[in-house]
Ligand binder design. Structure first.
Ligand code: HAM
Length: 424
Protein backbone atom coordinates (compact mmCIF):
# COMPACT_ATOMS: atom_id res chain seq x y z
CA UNK A 1 0.00 0.00 0.00
CA UNK A 2 2.03 2.96 -1.26
CA UNK A 3 0.77 6.24 0.22
CA UNK A 4 0.67 9.62 -1.40
CA UNK A 5 4.15 10.53 -0.15
CA UNK A 6 7.32 8.57 -0.75
CA UNK A 7 10.67 8.77 0.94
CA UNK A 8 13.33 10.89 -0.87
CA UNK A 9 15.59 8.97 -3.25
CA UNK A 10 18.72 7.58 -1.66
CA UNK A 11 17.29 7.53 1.88
CA UNK A 12 15.67 4.75 3.90
CA UNK A 13 13.64 4.17 7.04
CA UNK A 14 15.09 2.04 9.79
CA UNK A 15 12.02 -0.03 10.63
CA UNK A 16 11.25 -1.42 14.10
CA UNK A 17 12.19 -4.95 13.01
CA UNK A 18 15.68 -3.75 12.07
CA UNK A 19 16.38 -1.03 14.61
CA UNK A 20 17.91 -3.50 17.09
CA UNK A 21 20.70 -4.15 14.56
CA UNK A 22 21.58 -0.44 14.53
CA UNK A 23 21.39 -0.29 18.30
CA UNK A 24 23.76 -3.26 18.51
CA UNK A 25 26.29 -1.63 16.16
CA UNK A 26 26.17 1.67 18.05
CA UNK A 27 26.53 -0.05 21.44
CA UNK A 28 29.43 -2.17 20.21
CA UNK A 29 31.18 0.89 18.78
CA UNK A 30 30.68 2.70 22.09
CA UNK A 31 32.15 -0.28 23.98
CA UNK A 32 35.20 -0.52 21.74
CA UNK A 33 35.95 3.22 21.76
CA UNK A 34 35.61 3.17 25.55
CA UNK A 35 38.39 0.55 25.75
CA UNK A 36 40.62 3.18 24.11
CA UNK A 37 39.28 6.06 26.23
CA UNK A 38 37.54 8.00 23.44
CA UNK A 39 34.71 10.35 24.48
CA UNK A 40 31.61 11.15 22.46
CA UNK A 41 31.20 14.46 20.62
CA UNK A 42 28.01 15.60 18.91
CA UNK A 43 28.06 18.45 16.40
CA UNK A 44 25.18 19.95 14.37
CA UNK A 45 23.90 18.27 11.25
CA UNK A 46 24.47 21.48 9.28
CA UNK A 47 27.44 23.85 9.21
CA UNK A 48 28.55 26.84 7.16
CA UNK A 49 29.26 25.39 3.74
CA UNK A 50 32.58 27.26 3.69
CA UNK A 51 33.88 24.90 6.38
CA UNK A 52 33.79 21.95 3.98
CA UNK A 53 35.07 23.99 1.05
CA UNK A 54 38.15 24.98 3.11
CA UNK A 55 38.88 21.52 4.49
CA UNK A 56 37.51 18.72 2.30
CA UNK A 57 38.55 20.89 -0.66
CA UNK A 58 36.84 22.75 -3.52
CA UNK A 59 38.15 20.27 -6.08
CA UNK A 60 36.88 17.18 -4.21
CA UNK A 61 33.82 15.31 -5.51
CA UNK A 62 32.14 15.84 -2.15
CA UNK A 63 32.24 19.64 -2.40
CA UNK A 64 31.92 19.91 -6.17
CA UNK A 65 29.06 17.52 -6.78
CA UNK A 66 27.65 16.05 -3.62
CA UNK A 67 26.95 18.74 -1.04
CA UNK A 68 23.41 19.56 0.05
CA UNK A 69 23.97 23.30 0.09
CA UNK A 70 21.22 25.81 0.90
CA UNK A 71 20.54 29.37 1.99
CA UNK A 72 18.68 30.01 5.23
CA UNK A 73 16.18 32.84 5.68
CA UNK A 74 18.93 35.32 6.41
CA UNK A 75 20.87 34.30 3.30
CA UNK A 76 23.59 32.35 5.17
CA UNK A 77 25.05 29.61 3.00
CA UNK A 78 24.88 26.34 4.90
CA UNK A 79 25.43 22.67 4.06
CA UNK A 80 24.16 19.40 5.49
CA UNK A 81 27.38 17.85 6.73
CA UNK A 82 28.85 15.42 4.18
CA UNK A 83 31.41 14.11 6.70
CA UNK A 84 32.41 14.46 10.34
CA UNK A 85 36.09 15.45 10.50
CA UNK A 86 35.76 19.11 9.49
CA UNK A 87 32.92 19.83 11.99
CA UNK A 88 34.88 18.17 14.79
CA UNK A 89 38.05 20.11 14.04
CA UNK A 90 35.88 23.27 13.87
CA UNK A 91 34.53 22.44 17.33
CA UNK A 92 38.02 21.57 18.63
CA UNK A 93 39.27 25.02 17.62
CA UNK A 94 36.13 26.93 18.62
CA UNK A 95 35.93 25.34 22.09
CA UNK A 96 39.69 25.26 22.60
CA UNK A 97 39.52 21.54 23.38
CA UNK A 98 43.30 21.18 23.27
CA UNK A 99 43.87 23.89 25.92
CA UNK A 100 45.41 21.60 28.55
CA UNK A 101 47.83 20.10 26.03
CA UNK A 102 46.28 16.62 26.32
CA UNK A 103 45.18 14.53 23.37
CA UNK A 104 41.56 14.98 22.32
CA UNK A 105 40.18 11.49 21.71
CA UNK A 106 36.70 11.89 20.26
CA UNK A 107 34.13 9.55 18.74
CA UNK A 108 30.90 10.28 16.90
CA UNK A 109 27.89 8.53 15.45
CA UNK A 110 25.40 10.24 13.17
CA UNK A 111 23.95 10.85 9.73
CA UNK A 112 25.97 12.38 6.88
CA UNK A 113 24.56 13.65 3.58
CA UNK A 114 25.97 13.32 0.07
CA UNK A 115 24.16 13.77 -3.20
CA UNK A 116 25.56 10.60 -4.78
CA UNK A 117 24.04 8.14 -7.24
CA UNK A 118 22.32 5.70 -4.90
CA UNK A 119 23.22 2.01 -5.05
CA UNK A 120 23.73 -0.84 -2.60
CA UNK A 121 25.96 0.52 0.17
CA UNK A 122 25.76 4.11 -1.08
CA UNK A 123 23.02 6.48 0.04
CA UNK A 124 22.22 10.18 0.12
CA UNK A 125 21.81 10.00 3.87
CA UNK A 126 24.15 7.47 5.45
CA UNK A 127 25.06 6.83 9.07
CA UNK A 128 28.68 7.11 10.06
CA UNK A 129 30.60 6.02 13.11
CA UNK A 130 34.04 7.54 13.47
CA UNK A 131 36.85 8.72 15.72
CA UNK A 132 39.26 11.64 15.70
CA UNK A 133 42.46 11.73 17.74
CA UNK A 134 43.78 15.28 17.77
CA UNK A 135 47.10 16.36 19.27
CA UNK A 136 49.90 13.92 18.45
CA UNK A 137 52.02 13.06 15.45
CA UNK A 138 53.47 10.00 17.19
CA UNK A 139 53.22 7.01 14.79
CA UNK A 140 51.97 4.91 17.73
CA UNK A 141 48.77 7.00 17.57
CA UNK A 142 48.28 6.02 13.91
CA UNK A 143 48.46 2.37 14.97
CA UNK A 144 46.11 2.97 17.91
CA UNK A 145 43.50 4.66 15.72
CA UNK A 146 43.72 1.80 13.22
CA UNK A 147 43.41 -0.65 16.15
CA UNK A 148 40.05 0.88 17.13
CA UNK A 149 38.69 0.13 13.64
CA UNK A 150 40.25 -3.34 13.62
CA UNK A 151 38.92 -4.26 17.08
CA UNK A 152 35.45 -2.97 16.20
CA UNK A 153 35.18 -5.12 13.06
CA UNK A 154 36.58 -8.13 14.93
CA UNK A 155 34.21 -7.64 17.87
CA UNK A 156 31.30 -7.79 15.43
CA UNK A 157 32.65 -11.16 14.30
CA UNK A 158 34.00 -10.04 10.91
CA UNK A 159 37.05 -11.81 9.49
CA UNK A 160 36.70 -11.20 5.78
CA UNK A 161 38.29 -7.76 5.61
CA UNK A 162 41.71 -6.49 4.70
CA UNK A 163 43.52 -3.46 6.14
CA UNK A 164 45.32 -1.49 3.44
CA UNK A 165 47.65 1.34 4.35
CA UNK A 166 49.60 3.98 2.48
CA UNK A 167 51.43 7.21 3.11
CA UNK A 168 50.44 10.16 0.99
CA UNK A 169 53.24 12.32 2.39
CA UNK A 170 53.16 15.96 3.35
CA UNK A 171 52.88 19.09 1.15
CA UNK A 172 56.67 18.98 0.84
CA UNK A 173 56.68 15.50 -0.84
CA UNK A 174 53.54 16.25 -2.82
CA UNK A 175 55.22 18.97 -4.91
CA UNK A 176 57.56 16.54 -6.70
CA UNK A 177 55.03 13.75 -6.76
CA UNK A 178 52.41 15.93 -8.42
CA UNK A 179 54.94 16.90 -11.10
CA UNK A 180 55.64 13.20 -11.77
CA UNK A 181 51.91 12.43 -11.96
CA UNK A 182 51.21 15.30 -14.37
CA UNK A 183 54.05 14.12 -16.59
CA UNK A 184 52.79 10.52 -16.54
CA UNK A 185 49.10 11.23 -17.10
CA UNK A 186 49.74 13.94 -19.74
CA UNK A 187 50.98 11.28 -22.15
CA UNK A 188 47.51 9.62 -21.87
CA UNK A 189 45.58 12.92 -21.82
CA UNK A 190 43.22 12.11 -24.70
CA UNK A 191 42.18 8.81 -23.10
CA UNK A 192 41.29 10.34 -19.71
CA UNK A 193 37.65 10.91 -18.64
CA UNK A 194 36.42 14.52 -18.55
CA UNK A 195 36.73 14.69 -14.73
CA UNK A 196 40.34 13.51 -14.86
CA UNK A 197 41.16 16.13 -17.49
CA UNK A 198 40.23 18.70 -14.83
CA UNK A 199 41.90 16.77 -11.99
CA UNK A 200 45.24 16.75 -13.80
CA UNK A 201 45.28 20.55 -13.52
CA UNK A 202 43.72 20.97 -10.08
CA UNK A 203 44.62 17.91 -8.01
CA UNK A 204 46.63 15.23 -9.88
CA UNK A 205 46.58 12.74 -6.95
CA UNK A 206 42.84 12.32 -7.44
CA UNK A 207 43.51 10.69 -10.82
CA UNK A 208 44.60 7.61 -8.87
CA UNK A 209 41.17 7.45 -7.29
CA UNK A 210 39.07 7.62 -10.49
CA UNK A 211 36.45 4.88 -10.78
CA UNK A 212 36.24 4.97 -14.62
CA UNK A 213 37.66 1.68 -15.97
CA UNK A 214 39.89 3.25 -18.67
CA UNK A 215 41.39 5.72 -16.16
CA UNK A 216 41.88 2.91 -13.64
CA UNK A 217 43.92 0.98 -16.23
CA UNK A 218 46.13 3.97 -16.98
CA UNK A 219 46.60 4.62 -13.23
CA UNK A 220 47.95 1.09 -12.70
CA UNK A 221 51.44 2.08 -13.90
CA UNK A 222 51.47 5.60 -12.50
CA UNK A 223 54.40 6.62 -10.26
CA UNK A 224 54.01 5.57 -6.63
CA UNK A 225 53.82 8.15 -3.83
CA UNK A 226 56.03 5.89 -1.74
CA UNK A 227 58.96 6.69 -4.05
CA UNK A 228 58.51 10.41 -3.38
CA UNK A 229 58.27 10.50 0.43
CA UNK A 230 60.77 12.79 2.13
CA UNK A 231 62.87 11.39 5.00
CA UNK A 232 60.48 12.44 7.74
CA UNK A 233 57.40 10.94 6.07
CA UNK A 234 59.26 7.75 5.17
CA UNK A 235 60.43 7.20 8.75
CA UNK A 236 56.95 7.98 10.08
CA UNK A 237 55.39 5.43 7.73
CA UNK A 238 57.93 2.75 8.73
CA UNK A 239 57.20 3.37 12.41
CA UNK A 240 53.45 3.10 11.83
CA UNK A 241 54.08 -0.32 10.29
CA UNK A 242 56.31 -1.38 13.21
CA UNK A 243 53.66 -0.30 15.70
CA UNK A 244 50.93 -2.19 13.83
CA UNK A 245 53.08 -5.33 13.90
CA UNK A 246 53.73 -4.86 17.62
CA UNK A 247 50.00 -5.00 18.33
CA UNK A 248 49.42 -7.89 15.88
CA UNK A 249 47.38 -6.05 13.28
CA UNK A 250 47.93 -7.49 9.80
CA UNK A 251 48.08 -4.98 6.93
CA UNK A 252 48.93 -4.67 3.28
CA UNK A 253 50.61 -1.64 1.72
CA UNK A 254 48.55 -0.23 -1.14
CA UNK A 255 50.24 2.80 -2.75
CA UNK A 256 47.01 3.51 -4.71
CA UNK A 257 45.09 4.74 -1.66
CA UNK A 258 44.78 8.51 -1.97
CA UNK A 259 41.39 9.15 -0.31
CA UNK A 260 38.98 11.63 -1.84
CA UNK A 261 39.34 14.46 0.68
CA UNK A 262 42.02 17.16 0.48
CA UNK A 263 43.00 17.37 4.14
CA UNK A 264 44.96 14.12 4.30
CA UNK A 265 48.71 13.93 4.99
CA UNK A 266 51.02 10.97 5.73
CA UNK A 267 49.13 7.81 6.80
CA UNK A 268 45.99 6.89 4.83
CA UNK A 269 44.17 3.60 5.35
CA UNK A 270 41.09 1.63 4.43
CA UNK A 271 39.44 -1.53 5.68
CA UNK A 272 38.15 -3.32 2.60
CA UNK A 273 35.65 -6.18 2.32
CA UNK A 274 36.47 -7.68 -1.08
CA UNK A 275 33.10 -9.48 -1.27
CA UNK A 276 31.08 -6.28 -1.19
CA UNK A 277 31.27 -5.25 -4.84
CA UNK A 278 31.77 -1.61 -5.86
CA UNK A 279 31.14 -0.06 -2.42
CA UNK A 280 33.63 -2.21 -0.56
CA UNK A 281 35.30 0.28 1.82
CA UNK A 282 34.04 -0.50 5.31
CA UNK A 283 36.22 2.15 6.95
CA UNK A 284 38.35 4.96 5.55
CA UNK A 285 40.69 7.30 7.38
CA UNK A 286 44.03 8.96 7.73
CA UNK A 287 46.15 11.78 9.13
CA UNK A 288 45.34 15.44 8.65
CA UNK A 289 48.28 17.24 10.22
CA UNK A 290 47.55 20.65 8.65
CA UNK A 291 43.80 20.80 9.17
CA UNK A 292 43.56 22.32 12.67
CA UNK A 293 45.81 25.20 11.61
CA UNK A 294 43.95 25.60 8.33
CA UNK A 295 40.72 26.05 10.29
CA UNK A 296 42.20 28.75 12.52
CA UNK A 297 43.73 26.73 15.37
CA UNK A 298 47.31 26.04 16.42
CA UNK A 299 49.60 23.83 14.41
CA UNK A 300 48.23 20.58 15.88
CA UNK A 301 48.23 17.22 14.07
CA UNK A 302 45.31 14.79 13.94
CA UNK A 303 44.22 11.40 12.67
CA UNK A 304 40.90 9.55 12.47
CA UNK A 305 38.57 7.34 10.50
CA UNK A 306 34.91 6.85 9.67
CA UNK A 307 32.77 4.01 8.34
CA UNK A 308 29.17 3.57 7.22
CA UNK A 309 26.81 1.32 9.19
CA UNK A 310 24.91 0.36 6.01
CA UNK A 311 27.87 -1.48 4.44
CA UNK A 312 28.72 -3.04 7.75
CA UNK A 313 25.24 -4.55 7.97
CA UNK A 314 25.51 -5.97 4.42
CA UNK A 315 28.93 -7.40 5.22
CA UNK A 316 27.71 -8.97 8.48
CA UNK A 317 24.60 -10.41 6.87
CA UNK A 318 26.75 -11.97 4.12
CA UNK A 319 28.80 -13.68 6.84
CA UNK A 320 25.65 -14.85 8.66
CA UNK A 321 26.58 -12.89 11.80
CA UNK A 322 24.11 -12.05 14.57
CA UNK A 323 23.22 -8.54 15.73
CA UNK A 324 22.63 -9.32 19.38
CA UNK A 325 19.12 -10.13 20.56
CA UNK A 326 16.01 -8.66 18.99
CA UNK A 327 14.14 -6.54 21.52
CA UNK A 328 11.37 -8.29 23.44
CA UNK A 329 9.60 -7.67 26.76
CA UNK A 330 10.75 -9.70 29.78
CA UNK A 331 7.22 -10.83 30.57
CA UNK A 332 3.84 -10.85 28.90
CA UNK A 333 0.85 -10.49 31.20
CA UNK A 334 -2.22 -12.55 30.30
CA UNK A 335 -5.43 -11.75 32.19
CA UNK A 336 -8.63 -13.80 32.34
CA UNK A 337 -11.79 -12.01 33.43
CA UNK A 338 -12.75 -8.42 34.14
CA UNK A 339 -11.42 -8.25 37.68
CA UNK A 340 -8.06 -9.71 36.57
CA UNK A 341 -7.75 -7.14 33.79
CA UNK A 342 -8.46 -4.27 36.20
CA UNK A 343 -5.93 -5.63 38.68
CA UNK A 344 -3.52 -6.37 35.81
CA UNK A 345 -3.27 -2.69 34.88
CA UNK A 346 -1.80 -1.66 38.22
CA UNK A 347 0.25 -4.87 38.43
CA UNK A 348 1.79 -4.10 35.01
CA UNK A 349 2.80 -0.68 36.28
CA UNK A 350 4.39 -2.29 39.37
CA UNK A 351 6.47 -4.61 37.15
CA UNK A 352 7.68 -1.72 34.99
CA UNK A 353 8.52 0.41 38.00
CA UNK A 354 10.68 -2.48 39.22
CA UNK A 355 12.79 -2.55 36.02
CA UNK A 356 10.92 -5.48 34.48
CA UNK A 357 9.92 -4.84 30.89
CA UNK A 358 6.30 -5.93 30.64
CA UNK A 359 3.56 -6.03 27.99
CA UNK A 360 -0.17 -6.74 27.93
CA UNK A 361 -2.65 -7.24 25.10
CA UNK A 362 -5.27 -4.80 26.29
CA UNK A 363 -7.82 -5.34 23.49
CA UNK A 364 -7.77 -9.16 23.50
CA UNK A 365 -9.75 -11.19 26.03
CA UNK A 366 -9.51 -14.93 25.19
CA UNK A 367 -6.67 -17.02 26.59
CA UNK A 368 -5.83 -18.26 23.08
CA UNK A 369 -5.55 -14.78 21.53
CA UNK A 370 -3.47 -13.47 24.43
CA UNK A 371 -1.11 -16.48 24.41
CA UNK A 372 -0.65 -15.97 20.68
CA UNK A 373 0.30 -12.34 21.30
CA UNK A 374 2.67 -13.45 24.09
CA UNK A 375 4.40 -15.86 21.69
CA UNK A 376 4.70 -13.21 19.01
CA UNK A 377 6.26 -10.75 21.47
CA UNK A 378 9.08 -13.29 22.12
CA UNK A 379 8.85 -12.61 25.87
CA UNK A 380 10.69 -15.42 27.69
CA UNK A 381 7.97 -15.55 30.40
CA UNK A 382 4.20 -15.18 30.57
CA UNK A 383 2.33 -14.29 33.74
CA UNK A 384 -1.22 -15.62 33.81
CA UNK A 385 -3.71 -14.01 36.12
CA UNK A 386 -7.35 -15.13 36.58
CA UNK A 387 -10.03 -13.91 38.99
CA UNK A 388 -9.47 -17.08 41.06
CA UNK A 389 -5.75 -16.46 41.35
CA UNK A 390 -6.36 -12.92 42.55
CA UNK A 391 -8.54 -14.30 45.37
CA UNK A 392 -5.70 -16.65 46.40
CA UNK A 393 -3.15 -13.88 45.90
CA UNK A 394 -1.23 -16.01 43.41
CA UNK A 395 -0.12 -15.80 39.79
CA UNK A 396 0.96 -18.41 37.21
CA UNK A 397 4.47 -18.02 35.86
CA UNK A 398 5.04 -19.78 32.54
CA UNK A 399 8.42 -20.34 30.89
CA UNK A 400 7.59 -19.77 27.22
CA UNK A 401 10.51 -21.84 25.98
CA UNK A 402 10.06 -25.00 28.08
CA UNK A 403 6.33 -24.66 28.78
CA UNK A 404 6.98 -25.20 32.52
CA UNK A 405 4.34 -23.54 34.73
CA UNK A 406 4.26 -22.81 38.44
CA UNK A 407 2.11 -20.88 40.90
CA UNK A 408 3.91 -18.06 42.69
CA UNK A 409 2.65 -15.86 45.55
CA UNK A 410 1.80 -12.39 44.23
CA UNK A 411 3.88 -10.92 47.04
CA UNK A 412 6.97 -12.84 45.83
CA UNK A 413 6.69 -12.57 42.06
CA UNK A 414 8.65 -9.33 41.53
CA UNK A 415 11.64 -10.62 43.52
CA UNK A 416 11.50 -13.97 41.73
CA UNK A 417 11.40 -12.33 38.28
CA UNK A 418 14.27 -10.00 39.13
CA UNK A 419 16.28 -13.07 40.12
CA UNK A 420 15.54 -15.28 37.12
CA UNK A 421 15.90 -12.42 34.67
CA UNK A 422 19.17 -11.44 36.39
CA UNK A 423 18.04 -7.82 36.66
CA UNK A 424 20.16 -5.83 39.10
P1 HAM B 1 35.00 8.86 3.56
O1 HAM B 1 35.91 7.83 2.97
O2 HAM B 1 34.44 9.87 2.66
O3 HAM B 1 35.82 9.52 4.74
O4 HAM B 1 33.81 8.13 4.29
C1 HAM B 1 34.05 7.18 5.32
C2 HAM B 1 33.16 5.97 5.15
O5 HAM B 1 31.78 6.35 5.18
C3 HAM B 1 33.30 5.20 3.85
O6 HAM B 1 34.39 4.32 3.90
C4 HAM B 1 31.99 4.44 3.79
O7 HAM B 1 32.03 3.30 4.65
C5 HAM B 1 31.01 5.45 4.39
N1 HAM B 1 30.33 6.23 3.33
C6 HAM B 1 30.75 7.33 2.71
N2 HAM B 1 29.83 7.78 1.83
C7 HAM B 1 28.78 6.95 1.91
C8 HAM B 1 27.50 6.88 1.27
N3 HAM B 1 27.11 7.77 0.37
N4 HAM B 1 26.65 5.86 1.61
C9 HAM B 1 27.03 4.95 2.53
N5 HAM B 1 28.22 4.97 3.17
C10 HAM B 1 29.09 5.94 2.87
C11 HAM B 1 35.34 10.50 5.57
O8 HAM B 1 34.20 10.85 5.61
C12 HAM B 1 36.39 11.02 6.53
N6 HAM B 1 35.77 12.08 7.34
C13 HAM B 1 36.92 9.91 7.39
C14 HAM B 1 37.96 10.40 8.35
C15 HAM B 1 37.78 10.67 9.66
N7 HAM B 1 39.21 10.67 8.06
C16 HAM B 1 39.83 11.11 9.15
N8 HAM B 1 38.95 11.13 10.12
Amino acid sequence: MAGKYQIPRGTFDILPEDSYKWQYLKNTFREVTRMFNFKEIVTPIFEKSELFERSVGVSSDIVQKEMYKFKDKKGRILALRPEGTAPIVRSYVENNLGRDGDLSKLFYIGPMFRYERPQKGRYRQHFQYGIENIGSENPYIDAEVIAVGFNFLKKLGLDNFELQINSIGCPNCTLDYNKALVKYFSSYYDELCSDCKIRIKKNPKRLLDCKVESCKKIALNAPSMLDYLDDECEIHFKKVQENLSKINIPFKINPRIVRGLDYYTKTAFEFIDNNLGAQNTLIGGGRYDGLVKQLGGNDVPGIGFAGGFERLIVSMEKEGLQFGREQSPDVFLVTLGEEAKEFGISFLSKLRNNRISAEISIDKNSLKAQMKAANKSKAPFALILGDNEIKKEEITLKNMETGFQELVKLADIVEKLLQILKIK
